[in-house]
Design a protein around this ligand. Structure first.
Ligand SMILES: Nc1ncnc2c1ncn2[C@@H]1O[C@H](COP(=O)(O)OP(=O)(O)OP(=O)(O)O)[C@@H](O)[C@H]1O
Ligand SMILES: O=C(O)[C@H](O)[C@@H](O)[C@H](O)[C@H](O)CO
Length: 186
């Protein structure tokens, strides 16, 4: 990550519903930071992609092995001393727990937008396996990250380059690591 590596977490997980811009923003962000970009979709087993392509939402059971594979990749990147931006919908808190648990050098970036805005973008998107019809279930499943997860949240209602600038500015301003748990004072 060039000069910025010292203040950047090892892995930035770009999360949000399908169509929120994870790939678009994630690729540009990685280019700006000078690190690798990885799309979480490549860790899906073929059965998951087939299910989504057929218009069926994934269940928790479908997502656990996929999330564990991404967590393994996060460990590999960090152990190798690399930096990466990884796109992963990570819709529920329990899913993010798998990606973040015990890893202090991972930061969540939440791409926040309305269903209307994203639906419009998805109907215009071409050549992607994910049908726009699954957006409603993505929003039903979504648990936006809470404060205790120390997310970096950005509005997606802006041009992609402006969103990336916003993320980089926030990364510089906020501490990467959640503060240590408070000691028991008794
Ligand atoms: N800030 C933006 N302004 C306008 N269009 C955008 C913006 N960000 C993304 N898009 C467009 O919206 C569509 C969805 O973006 P993208 O494919 O990056 O989302 P995603 O979260 O990676 O989706 P999925 O999870 O389904 O792979 C694409 O056609 C992309 O070009
Ligand atoms: O958790 C999920 O339902 C899936 O990961 C989806 O979010 C897709 O992977 C992605 O959005 C399509 O590219």
């Amino acid at each position: 990550m060039g000069d910025q590596s010292s203040q950047m977490p090892c892995v930035l997980v770009v999360m949000g519903v399908s169509g929120s811009g994870k790939s678009t923003i994630g690729e540009k962000l990685a280019a700006q930071l000078g690190c690798i970009y990885e799309d979480g979709d490549r860790f899906h087993p073929a059965s998951n992609v087939a299910k989504m392509s057929a218009g069926q939402p994934l269940a928790d059971e479908d997502r656990w092995p996929w999330l564990r594979a991404i967590a393994e990749e996060i460990d590999r990147v960090c152990e190798a001393g690399e930096h990466a931006v990884i796109a992963c919908s990570a819709l529920k808190r329990a899913y993010r727990e798998i990606l973040v648990h015990g890893r202090t050098d991972v930061r969540i970036i939440y791409l926040k937008g309305t269903q209307d805005l994203i639906a419009g973008r998805l109907t215009r998107r071409k050549g992607h396996f994910m049908p726009p019809g699954l957006l409603e279930s993505q929003f039903k499943t979504l648990e936006p990250p809470g404060e205790s997860e120390n997310p970096l949240t950005v509005s997606i209602d802006a041009p992609a380059d402006a969103i990336v600038d916003d993320i980089v500015r926030q990364l510089r301003q906020t501490p990467a690591v959640v503060s240590a748990p408070r000691r028991n004072r008794s």
